[in-house]
Design a protein around this ligand. Structure first.
Ligand SMILES: Cc1ncc(COP(=O)(O)O)c(C=O)c1O
Length: 457
């Protein structure tokens, strides 16, 4: 076992960071993280730059990261954890993958941003399009949120219609029109009763988004019977992974394809999480459903900021400067992000990568099934696993997630962390496996869960 020093992050009082043994999990306490968090709260709202990081639902406080490599992160107190959050999905090769780092190191001295054209952005457009048979073009942006915003504007521009349909429990970034839970009144043709899930969203804007339950094709049919000619797009995470892993049947996705095609509505698959996660390409290819547009992010930037919209030439060329739908970005096609993304995509072209990731996921399932209480289980697909700590059928929509499952996850969280395993700090979030994880890492996760579960009802 090696001993190595943590990164140079100092506590707010500039205390040195302790050395830590690779084998040693959490022993050093969290004093420095607590100091950083206290200071952060005076400067950043809630101390965080994205709300779920505040760890409120697990009634904890964030740990402050000093460094990360492979499957591990180290905090400023010198505690080392196996990471199953993996920056919420981009790091399919693991933290600081040496090939990605090399690509970044080679790209950075050639310029951090040009705001002008460069060859690598053409190469990544090709690499993206290669993953989506039937699609011909891509536009790069800087985040998943931006990709989705652009896809919706494109859909409205293409159809001349205003309404957007999304699904309850689907997350598509934080743009105004998508932070909405519309009243089901719309489905039956009653007056729009849209309700934004954030302050600051005008009700007129919220009224343009209709939210329906996942898996409910009848509701979608009814909605189209009343409003079909006004709906520009249906947007869905084909593998819904933001409110638990609410896997849908292929028939549901095929049904959406049929209804949208019959009504001249675009079908958008938001594959910001699922894109290149289960195969080289999208989830649509797995279930044989061809959407009109796909939004991407996370993995395609290998840990650097990026997003993309891919689709047919006919649709994507509606974007400026060819078409009338305006979209732009100072950092779009950023050369360093593109270098990290290209290197990541290159590795994923080897199908063995996905077989390995799947074997890790299967090992986790087997370990949990072999020990611990029957409720200790995960809903898993490939390298994504969602802790669903209850018995019975796995839920397919937000309403059927049991309160007990959430309660158990929250009760377990601190004990698992104390054993050196870092999980996303919310019961609704999926865990990500990477090529840097080993069977031993998965064993450590299973051991930590089984030990913690013994203290929970
Ligand atoms: C499916 C989906 N779409 C869009 C987004 C927004 O992406 P970003 O956080 O890069 O803006 C996310 C983020 O988690 C996502 O999971």
């Amino acid at each position: 076992m090696t001993t190595r020093k943590s990164a140079s992050a100092k506590s707010p009082k500039q205390a040195p960071v302790a050395s830590t043994s690779a084998a040693t999990p959490v022993t050093a306490g969290h004093a420095k993280s607590q100091e950083w968090f206290a200071r952060a709260k005076t400067l950043i709202p809630g101390g965080v730059n994205s709300p779920v990081r505040a760890c409120k639902s697990v009634q904890g406080e964030p740990i402050y990261i000093a460094e990360a490599a492979g499957s591990h992160i180290t905090d400023v107190d010198g505690n080392r954890y196996i990471d199953f959050c993996m920056s919420w999905g981009p790091l399919i090769l693991g933290h600081a993958d040496p090939h990605v780092i090399k690509a970044v190191q080679e790209a950075a001295p050639r310029g951090l941003s040009y705001g002008a054209c460069h060859p690598a952005e053409v190469a990544i457009a090709q690499a993206l399009v290669d993953g989506f048979p039937g699609f011909e073009m891509a536009r790069l942006v800087s985040s998943g949120t931006e990709a989705v915003m652009t896809a919706l504007r494109l859909a409205r521009g293409a159809t001349g219609r205003s309404l957007i349909v999304k699904f309850e429990g689907g997350y598509h970034g934080h743009s105004d029109g998508l932070l909405v839970k519309a009243g089901s009144g719309l489905i039956t043709g009653a007056k729009p009763g849209a309700e934004a899930s954030s302050a600051g969203i005008p009700k007129e804007l919220a009224a343009l988004t209709i939210s329906v339950p996942l898996g409910d094709l009848r509701a979608v049919e009814k909605l189209f019977a009343f409003h079909g000619s006004k709906i520009a797009a249906v947007i869905i995470e084909p593998m819904p992974a933001n409110n638990g892993l609410l896997l849908q049947t292929p028939e549901f996705l095929k049904g959406l394809r049929k209804i949208t095609a019959a009504n001249g509505t675009l079908l958008i698959f938001d594959e910001v999480i699922s894109g290149f996660r289960l195969r080289y390409g999208g989830y649509g290819g797995l279930v044989d459903v061809q959407p009109d547009l796909v939004t991407l992010g996370k993995i395609i930037g290998g840990g650097m900021p990026i997003g993309a919209i891919v689709g047919t030439r006919k649709l994507i060329e509606l974007l400026a400067p060819v078409g009338p739908v305006y979209q732009a970005g100072t950092l779009s096609g950023n050369p360093v992000s593109v270098a990290a993304g290209l290197e990541t995509l290159k590795r994923l072209q080897d199908p063995k990568t996905y077989a390995y990731l799947d074997s890790l996921g299967a090992h986790l399932e087997q370990r949990l099934a072999a020990a611990g209480p029957a409720w200790l289980r995960v809903r898993r697909l490939g390298s994504i696993a969602w802790p669903y700590f209850d018995l019975g059928a796995f839920p397919v929509n937000a309403d059927t997630i049991s309160a007990k499952a959430i309660e158990r996850f929250n009760a377990l969280y601190a004990a698992v962390l104390a054993q050196g395993v870092y999980l996303p700090p919310s019961a609704y979030e999926v865990w990500f496996l990477s090529l840097a994880h080993t069977k031993a890492d998965v064993d450590a996760l299973a051991d930590a869960l089984i030990a913690a579960a013994a203290q929970v009802d």
